[in-house]
Design a protein around this ligand. Structure first.
Ligand SMILES: *[C@@H]1O[C@H](CO)[C@@H](O)[C@H](O)[C@H]1NC(C)=O
Ligand SMILES: *[C@@H]1O[C@H](CO)[C@@H](O)[C@H](O)[C@H]1NC(C)=O
Length: 373
């Protein structure tokens, strides 16, 4: 399987020196004005999220799914680079870091970061670019709460500002970055999934983002750095997501020198807004990104009613793509679904999942990629 898929490349390279045009030379993805440059090409990009792909245990399963992304024209894949536990699971279960007493232990074993290695390797092979996220605000796969007891805090608000929590977090960041420091498959490092600090002064998160993005930059001068936030806190119609109550100030955080681009999410049903409200949410972020001269990544979006997937999300994609010269650089729907080859099982259906090969896939991937061109 693996060998066969490499064969045409070698054959082409031997037959014709211009083969470089067929397989563009991989390079480190970067910001180019208000867009992203991937392997030398600056344009609007489409992608998706797969929190689960680093938790698969079979290399070939990972490879097959990356192949599906490649042939579909999806370029950016956001994954969980964390999996924190407070009790070490049985030997077959994947986890990346465990906390016990007042210590943290990073799992570099076969059921640890070697699973992330397989994702990076498959991404390199299929020219997929990864956003690798370092910690969850939510308790899925541990999150900040998994650190609490070991670093002596009891809330996310304390986690952001307590030196011991931050030293565990930075040690983990360093362990991950050191594995893929030179990989062209890394699109960006990401601080956290949906960091929030409810009721805090926005300076708490801004200071933490400054400190962490500077730390990442000190380890890696090349790859882009993003926050991974929902994009709360900016001027708009004043509804809940525009407010600063979750401790986020979109423009202040994006303005930080070592933050490379802006991220925002869109979940009207969780936020008490309407689906069509999402269009102005997209353009409001594009406006701030354009003002700050950094690209905007529409990083997660979803509606849970299956019948709404295609009509609602394709509308948002069109709004984002229409702003491709005024701040919007890429969009990543939540979330990727596929069949795991070795088990024949479908991946997690959280109501938002868009399965490879489905009619939703045609609508939100095939047609979208065609429109992007
Ligand atoms: C995420 O962070 C916010 C703010 O600290 C908090 O209100 C919320 O409960 C967190 N989510 C979880 C599940 O910890
Ligand atoms: C970005 O991070 C680097 C490395 O920590 C730091 O030296 C630099 O001052 C930061 N940039 C700015 C403009 O603050």
């Amino acid at each position: 399987m693996k060998l066969l898929s490499f064969l045409p490349l070698f054959a082409a390279a031997a037959a014709l020196p211009a083969a470089n045009h067929l397989a563009p030379r991989a390079s480190i993805s970067k910001v180019d004005g208000l867009k992203f440059n991937i392997d030398g090409v600056t344009k609007y990009y489409a992608g998706t999220n797969s929190y689960w792909i680093p938790f698969l245990t079979n290399d070939n399963d990972v490879d097959v799914i990356m192949g599906h992304l490649q042939t579909s024209g999806l370029k950016i894949l956001r994954v969980w680079g964390f999996n924190d536990v407070t009790t070490v699971p049985g030997s077959g279960t994947v986890y990346f870091q465990s906390f016990s007493g007042s210590t943290a232990t990073i799992n570099t074993g076969a059921n640890g970061l070697q699973r992330l290695d397989a994702v990076v390797k498959a991404a390199e092979k299929h020219s997929i670019k990864l956003i690798i996220n370092f910690v969850n605000n939510w308790t899925d796969y541990g999150g900040m709460a998994a650190y609490f007891s070991a670093c002596g805090v009891s809330s996310n608000a304390q986690w952001y500002t307590t030196a011991k929590c931050q030293s565990f977090y930075q040690a983990y960041i360093k362990a991950v970055i050191s594995r893929y420091r030179t990989s062209t498959a890394v699109f960006a490092w990401e601080l956290a999934n949906e960091p929030r600090c409810n009721g805090c002064q926005t300076s708490v998160l801004t200071n933490w983002i400054r400190q962490t993005s500077n730390y990442i930059r000190s380890l890696d001068s090349d790859h882009m750095i993003a926050i991974g936030d929902e994009g709360f806190g900016l001027s708009g119609d004043g509804s809940y997501p525009y407010q600063f109550s979750e401790g986020l100030d979109f423009a202040a955080n994006l303005a930080l020198p070592n933050v490379s681009f802006g991220t925002f999410h869109l979940y009207p049903s969780s936020w008490g807004t309407t689906n069509s409200w999402g269009n102005a949410w997209i353009t409001a972020h594009a406006k701030v990104c354009a003002q700050l001269k950094k690209p905007c990544l529409f990083e997660e979006y979803g509606v849970s009613n299956a019948a709404d997937h295609c009509p609602v999300e394709s509308e948002w994609q069109k709004t984002s793509l229409a702003a491709k010269d005024s701040g919007m650089a890429a969009d990543l729907f939540w979330q990727l679904g596929d069949t795991v080859k070795s088990t024949g099982q479908q991946t997690h259906n959280d109501g938002h999942t868009i399965y490879y090969g489905s009619s939703d896939w045609t609508c939100l991937v095939t047609n979208h990629v065609k429109q992007i061109g």
